[in-house]
Write a protein that binds this ligand. Structure first.
Ligand code: HPA
Length: 266
């Protein structure tokens, strides 16, 4: 067992079934859990600290209508200096603890011209432009195969459930391809044109390492992007992180409602 799982197992009063990773400015769901136990990342052996603004850096284990859920408020990004291997430490720990399904949320720039800030988009597939893969290096066969399949990295049935849950809340959830870049600088308009050409609808600096590691371990993944801004050059406007956080804040209650419903239904 990893040092983190060894630390957490005796501490947690429930075994989470589902985990939710909360992206930039999207951490409020963690505070909506019932019977919550909060563990700062700094207390968990080996767990990377969150240094990004808008990331609380805590693991909250609690429940939604009696369903045990783990929420990760904050994640490790490559732009913080972490490797893709470090970025998946939390996911691997949760798998060891028994989590079977994971919802990955993120803030993303909208490359697709049909998207507008505040849209929630289901990730249908991804493109990895990080230049790193968390599965590189020696393969631990107890986790998964050397060459894992990624032909349905974002589970189709989960997307159907999410679209239906969204519709019941009056939300139309589009689907799109997410491209991950290392950051931390935002993209240039030329880079965004390139990403559109290769088939991307959304751009962000996270999620792909976790998706790769989760699929490697046989976990099912649902990915949800909150479009916080038009990607660079889509409209004549400069990008900044406070806009990203503001839109996350505006979408707080909608996202909490959707995530709670998904915890019940997935
Ligand atoms: N680019 C990259 N990452 C992001 C963006 C963006 O425009 N918005 C939120 N995260």
């Amino acid at each position: 067992m990893s040092p983190a799982a060894e630390y957490l197992r005796p501490l947690l009063s429930v075994t989470p079934k589902i985990a939710v990773v909360l992206g930039s400015g999207l951490g409020a769901f963690a505070d909506s859990l019932d019977d919550a136990q909060t563990i700062p990342y700094g207390d968990i052996p080996g767990w990377p600290q969150s240094t990004a603004v808008g990331h609380a850096g805590k693991l909250v284990v609690g429940s939604v209508d009696g369903i045990p859920v783990a929420a990760l408020a904050g994640r490790a990004h490559l732009y913080e200096g972490y490797t893709a291997h470090q970025a998946v430490y939390g996911i691997r720990t949760l798998r060891e603890l028994g989590v079977e399904a994971i919802i990955l949320t993120n803030a993303a720039g909208g490359i697709n011209r049909n998207y507008k800030p505040g849209d929630l988009v289901l990730i249908s597939d991804h493109i990895n432009l990080l230049g790193q893969n968390p599965l590189s290096g020696p393969n631990d066969v107890s986790l998964g195969p050397r060459f894992p399949d990624m032909s349905e990295a974002y589970d189709k049935s989960f997307r159907v459930i999410a679209r239906t849950a969204g519709a019941q809340m009056g939300l139309t959830l589009a689907e799109g391809v997410y491209v991950a870049v290392p950051g931390p600088s935002y993209e240039t308009p030329a880079e965004i044109r390139y990403m559109r050409t290769i088939g991307a609808d959304l751009v962000g600096m996270s999620t792909v390492p976790e998706t790769l590691a989760a699929n490697h371990m046989g976990m099912k993944v649902l990915g949800i992007s909150c479009v916080t801004n038009h990607a660079a050059g889509v409209i004549d406007q400069k990008l900044n992180h406070s806009e990203v956080l503001e839109v996350g804040e505006r979408m707080k209650s909608t996202l909490i409602g959707l995530l709670r419903e998904l915890c019940r239904k997935l």
